[in-house]
Design a protein around this ligand. Structure first.
Ligand code: NAI
Ligand code: OAA
Length: 308
């Protein structure tokens, strides 16, 4: 199993580290345009191998895509992150050009690759990857909902004063400050609805904190987050590499599902060796349906800024 990670920055390096530590991939190639940067990150990570007990071989490349040839999975994290006060959508001007070139270069070297798009604005970058590569829809996956759901569970555990392992919950919709749809009415603590444990107001606060999870961290860090994003990407990569058939909300091209078409947006999917193996239709309340529709309108507006 060969995995390429494009972008050796904060998220790319974190994701490569988690993949290596889990020790399921034979090879990870990190690629960046900054001279020597990916090679340096790869060497540093390899020097953790005997300490962390993994055999994954990590190598770096400065813009040489021939080193990525034959990748089974490629993760696109290249591009700029936001600064405090910015929205993810504001990154489109720079990141669209980067994601377009990177996706095309990856597919040229690895025609059977499964792409995982991370660069923001992620739903629109996932849509762009479709338009510029023409890969089948099961092989292009946007990572956002897995991270947003992890943040939702963190906030729920905090509110319920419960261990996170007791909590289950999911966030669908667009990966944006306003577009996320945390499915609060369906979240549970060991099968019991979380509304049995906290007030409606507290639950609403959890929802709002979840939606601005990325912005909150950006304000604290001065740039956007990387540990949880890296862990979320590595979980998707592992589900595909190990054919786990796990369910995650991911951004995927919809063709009528959830009443939406010609859009990539977060919905629950089953991930296995073929990438997205199934889109799961979860029954939504009328309020959740309305939020999903509004979220899709936002993503479509951003897609409209693309030159495709
Ligand atoms: N979808 C999600 O849930 C998340 C998305 N992100 C997004 O991921 C992206 C990366 O974030 P960070 O790693 O924090 O940024 P970073 O600035 O630390 O790293 C980005 C790297 O991309 C490289 N790069 C730029 N153009 C390139 C090109 N054409 N080819 C190869 N490499 C190139 C840069 O040299 C840099 O090393 C941002 O767009 C950010 O908004 C970040 C966190 C979560
Ligand atoms: O907030 C950002 O810009 C980065 C991101 O997508 C996240 O951490 O959710």
């Amino acid at each position: 199993m060969k995995v390429t990670v494009v972008g050796a920055g904060a998220v790319g390096a974190s994701c490569a580290e988690y993949i290596a530590i889990k020790d399921f991939a034979s090879e990870v190639v990190i690629l960046d345009i900054k001279e020597g940067y990916a090679e340096g990150k790869a060497m540093d990570l390899m020097q953790t191998a005997s300490l962390n007990g993994f055999d994954t071989k990590i190598t770096g490349s400065t813009s040489d895509y021939s080193k990525t040839a034959g990748s089974d999975i490629a993760v696109i994290t290249s591009g700029i992150p936001r600064k405090p006060g910015m929205t993810r959508e504001e990154l489109i001007g720079i990141n669209a050009g980067i994601v377009k070139t990177v996706a095309q270069n990856l597919v040229k070297e690895s025609p059977n690759v499964i792409l995982i798009v991370v660069s923001n604005p992620m739903d629109t970058m996932t849509y762009l990857a479709h338009k510029v590569t023409g890969l089948p829809k099961n092989r292009i996956i946007g990572m956002g909902g897995a991270l947003d759901s992890a943040r939702f569970k963190y906030r729920l555990a905090e509110a319920l004063e419960a261990p996170i392992s007791d909590i289950d919950g999911m966030v669908i919709g667009g990966h944006s400050d306003t577009g996320m749809v945390p499915l609060a009415s369906q979240a549970t603590r060991n099968s019991v609805r979380v509304s049995e444990f906290i007030s409606e107001d507290r639950l609403q606060q959890v929802v709002e904190d979840t939606k601005v999870g990325g912005a909150t961290l950006t304000k604290l860090l001065g740039t956007s987050a990387w540990y949880a994003p890296g862990a979320a990407v590595s979980a998707l990569v592992q589900a595909i590499a190990c054919d786990q058939k796990k369910m995650f909300p991911c951004s995927t091209m919809l063709d009528g599902e959830y009443g939406l078409s010609d859009i990539c947006i977060g919905v629950p999917v089953i991930l296995g060796k073929n990438g997205i193996e199934k889109i799961v239709d979860v029954p939504l309340s009328d309020a959740e349906k309305a939020k999903m529709k509004e979220s899709a309108e936002g993503v479509k507006k951003t897609n409209g800024l693309l030159d495709v």
